[in-house]
Design a protein around this ligand. Structure first.
Ligand SMILES: *[C@@H]1O[C@H](CO)[C@@H](O)[C@H](O)[C@H]1NC(C)=O
Ligand SMILES: *[C@@H]1O[C@H](CO)[C@@H](O)[C@H](O)[C@H]1NC(C)=O
Ligand SMILES: *[C@@H]1O[C@H](CO)[C@@H](O)[C@H](O)[C@H]1NC(C)=O
Ligand SMILES: *[C@@H]1O[C@H](CO)[C@@H](O)[C@H](O)[C@H]1NC(C)=O
Length: 424
């Protein structure tokens, strides 16, 4: 009896010690340090946006001489500090192991948890959560202003905004606000271009082709296809009438039908992969247990980090189907900003054909030239094609779903190089 007790006490003490001391995130970071700056900017009284800057190649020395990428995650309400960071392109992956194709090789990367209420960002009161794309973009501009105020050395650094999914829809609007602030001299930054990955820029065009894509890939049967087709046709009509809440209702009918039909758990982010949610649930535990304590100088330790915020998402319902094509057309018509649009061919949320359709529908001075431009392969024949005219390019990425940076890093690298290359 005595023996057993001693054994139990010993076991508990030992487990207690391993739990508090072993931190795989710290282990990986100590092996290969990546210099960071994490901080908050108060964008409105009581509303705080969190950012995480990775200095290029892990060192702040001379970092401002290398390009800066500002990453705008989607959702709305998905946390960049977790998803962009660990699931897509940060120096460590979701298993807290080094990622070979990290964007931080040769580039500074600024991740933003937005809107307020997402990830490490917070508001003292839920009434401060944003309800429109406009409010969302204004908060982001304020964060970016705050960032360049603190990091003055980066004001001359060639800077690119890259948004994914809902963040891709927000980027043209944000880009327009930033461009205007620079013209008015209320912001100093060397803004060079916008990347739009799997962008929900034109929800009408993306939704219209979802049934086609699923049918052609054999994921839904003919009767479901025909019913879905009718729903998205009705959706396009209500969107044309600016009835965005009606579009959202039809969308939920559509997705209920698809979930019922595809009971085999199709991953709408990438039809060739298993569901990402179990891995994201694990990531949530790891970020709270291993990452958050390393940010105790910045982050209130009683904050529970979540990879997605449902309340933030629900607050933006009425904007979900609002397009941002007008902002993109204004930028194309009246600025020299380089616009780089990319999309994977295994993506159900924003199918590649939808992206191709909305990009070709853009009304701008280079539209005709763009339509007639010839496509070129992306690094050989297995990574897809791209086409460009003047400052606009469209990249059709093979083998990638909604998260292109992780799914096809070879194509993504070529896209980033094109974006950042001033001669192109
Ligand atoms: C990263 O690259 C190294 C060396 O090229 C290789 O041994 C390793 O397997 C790669 N890791 C991953 C996760 O791809
Ligand atoms: C589409 O709209 C038509 C005309 O308003 C209506 O009769 C039909 O029931 C709608 N179909 C679906 C699937 O929503
Ligand atoms: C941290 O958050 C908790 C809960 O919101 C709050 O009560 C506490 O005052 C905060 N601590 C600091 C140092 O701000
Ligand atoms: C952009 O220019 C095209 C013509 O080149 C014009 O049709 C379109 O209305 C313009 N759009 C905006 C938003 O400036």
């Amino acid at each position: 009896m005595m023996w057993l007790l001693v054994f139990i006490i010993f076991t508990f003490a030992y487990e207690g010690e391993t739990q508090t001391d072993f931190n795989p995130y710290m282990e990986a970071f100590n092996k290969r340090p990546w210099k960071c700056d994490q901080d908050y900017v108060q964008v409105r009284p009581g509303a705080f946006l969190f950012y995480w800057l990775y200095y290029a190649d892990g060192s702040s020395t001379g970092a401002h001489q290398k390009p800066l990428i500002i990453w705008i995650q989607g959702g709305p309400g998905l946390a960049a500090s977790g998803i962009g960071n660990f699931a897509e392109f940060g120096p460590l992956n979701m298993d807290m192991e080094p990622r070979n194709h990290t964007w931080v090789n040769g580039r500074n990367v600024l991740l933003i948890d937005h809107p307020v209420g997402t990830g490490f960002s917070y508001a003292v009161d839920d009434s401060l959560l944003v309800r429109t794309d406009r409010e969302m973009a204004i908060d982001l501009s304020k964060l970016i202003k705050g960032f360049f105020k603190k990091h003055k050395a980066f004001r001359q650094t060639p800077t690119y905004i890259i948004g994914q999914s809902y963040g891709g829809k927000l980027s043209p609007r944000l880009g327009y606000y930033l461009y205007t602030a620079i013209q008015k001299k209320s912001l100093k930054m060397n803004f060079k271009g916008i990347g739009i990955g799997s962008g929900w820029v034109n929800p009408r065009e993306s939704a219209l082709v979802q049934p086609d894509f699923l049918y052609l890939m054999g994921i839904i049967d003919q009767s479901t296809y025909l019913r879905c087709k009718q729903i998205v046709k009705n959706m396009s009509v209500v969107i044309d009438n600016n009835e965005f809440m009606r579009a959202l209702k039809l969308d939920s009918v559509l997705f209920t039908m698809l979930h019922w039909e595809t009971s085999m758990e199709i991953n709408f982010n990438n039809i060739n992969q298993v569901s990402p949610y179990p891995a994201l649930d694990k990531l949530e535990i790891k970020v709270n247990k291993y990452v958050k304590p390393t940010l105790s100088h910045v982050v209130n330790q009683s904050l529970q980090w979540e990879y997605r915020s449902d309340i933030v998402y629900e607050n933006l319902y009425q904007n979900f189907f609002v397009p941002s094509t007008k902002f993109l057309e204004m930028l194309l018509n009246s600025t020299k900003l380089k616009i780089t649009v990319y999309n994977g061919n295994l993506d159900v949320v924003t199918p590649l054909a939808g992206a191709t359709n909305w990009v070709h529908k853009l009304q701008w001075h280079g539209a005709e030239e763009f339509r007639d431009a010839r496509r070129e392969p992306i690094r050989g024949f297995r990574n897809g094609f791209y086409k460009k005219s003047r400052q606009l390019s469209l990249w059709s990425v093979f083998g990638a779903g909604h998260w292109v940076p992780e799914d096809n890093p070879t194509a993504m690298e070529q896209i980033l190089e094109h974006m950042i290359d001033e001669a192109e």
